[in-house]
Unconditional design. Structure first.
Length: 134
């Protein structure tokens, strides 16, 4: 199954080493992870600006995290089609990657629920679904 882990889930996987880290490890082993240069750039910038990683540290973590993902170029999404125009790149990545799920902590995206065939879930919602399907 193809999945997109939003930037906030990836950052939580690195920073907290808790639930999102376990979810990330499960997804790497069991699914195909999709990303885009936009998400990689956003991850890198937030690791430096919000979590005070050096550029070198951020690049090392970035290389480790994204080396296990397929990088796609996002399809264009009209800003009017999503609750937050800043999320168009994320939704476009999920569409181009033919993802079944977008896993995010973004409440506006979670409230959207679906987008053109992509189901949008929180990490805990996705984990529950995975637990029942195994």
């Amino acid at each position: 199954m193809k999945l997109l882990l939003d930037t906030n889930v990836l950052i939580a996987a690195v920073i907290t080493r808790g639930f999102c880290a376990e979810l990330f490890e499960h997804c790497v082993r069991s699914h195909t992870l999709i990303t885009s240069k936009f998400i990689i750039k956003e991850f890198h910038e937030k690791m430096i600006s919000k979590f005070y990683f050096s550029k070198k540290e951020a690049k090392e973590v970035e290389n480790l995290i994204f080396s296990r993902m397929e990088i796609v170029k996002p399809l264009p999404v009209e800003p009017s089609e999503c609750p937050d125009p800043n999320d168009t790149e994320v939704l476009g990545t999920a569409l181009e990657g033919e993802c079944q799920f977008l896993i995010t902590g973004d409440k506006a995206l979670i409230k959207l629920g679906h987008f053109e065939g992509v189901e949008i879930l929180s990490p805990s919602q996705f984990w529950r679904r995975e637990s029942f399907s195994q």
